[in-house]
Write a protein that binds this ligand. Structure first.
Ligand SMILES: [Mn+2]
Length: 234
């Protein structure tokens, strides 16, 4: 467990708000494997169980009262297939056996919001916990400027590391400044999503249209590694 900001810990690919016992996981992109299979990429259909097992491990390690899914619970933008809805539904029902669940709507979720609401699930475009605002990051609501800490997903940050002749992408958290706030960007919780290399690729989020050279990188490997500032990695 590594502290990324006061009272906020990194556990595996999630964030834990210690005081309130809230766990935040981002960018599940359920259905991603189906979309890869549709594209002809051969992968085993194990994504759902892997995600569930990884969450179970975290829930065993820490006391969690509420889980916030920070956007993009599903992958496909334009349609909802049955498999995807089954996965979303059974994941939420699984989580609800352990704790409260709140779903932040990401840009991939707009068409599913109504279905989630009709099941009685709690959905919103941002969640505020004391001086923290948790949101997906595809747009900036006015409320984001009123809190000290902003936690977003959406970008799936990762970093490409070279070890000898081998290149490997590792998911990471990045932390820096947006206006006078602390901005934390979470990685995707989906094992199949490799992510955007923070050293070489352009970001989409309006929160990240700034220089990120002074952002700190926390790499998720067998444990969490603080790699220091991005400018020192290039
Ligand atoms: Mn997104």
């Amino acid at each position: 467990m590594v502290c990324i900001s006061k009272g906020i810990e990194i556990i595996h690919l999630s964030l834990y708000l210690k005081d309130k016992k809230i766990l935040i996981i981002g960018d599940l992109h359920l259905g991603l494997e189906n979309s890869l299979i549709d594209q002809g990429i051969l992968i085993p259909k194990s994504q759902f169980n892997t995600i569930k097992d990884n969450i179970k491990k975290i829930l065993k390690e820490s006391e969690v009262k509420k889980i916030i899914i920070n956007g993009d619970i599903k992958h496909e933008f334009s349609r909802i297939n049955k498999q995807e809805w089954n996965d979303v539904y059974s994941l939420i029902e699984f989580l609800k056996e352990y704790c409260d669940v709140e779903i932040v709507i990401g840009n991939h979720d707009y068409i599913m919001k109504q279905m989630l609401d009709s099941k009685g699930y709690k959905t919103s475009y941002f969640v505020i916990v004391n001086d923290i605002i948790i949101l997906h990051g595809d747009f900036i609501p006015a409320e984001a400027t009123t809190k000290k800490i902003v936690i977003i997903g959406h970008e799936h940050p990762s970093v490409l590391l070279r070890e000898g002749s081998k290149n490997e992408k590792y998911k990471c958290f990045i932390k820096g400044k947006w206006k006078d706030k602390v901005l934390i960007v979470m990685p995707s919780f989906n094992p199949l999503s490799e992510g955007t290399d923070v050293l070489n690729e352009k970001f989409l989020s309006p929160f990240l249209q700034v220089s990120i050279e002074n952002f700190e990188v926390f790499v998720v490997g067998d444990k969490i590694y603080n790699f220091g500032k991005i400018k020192n990695l290039v």
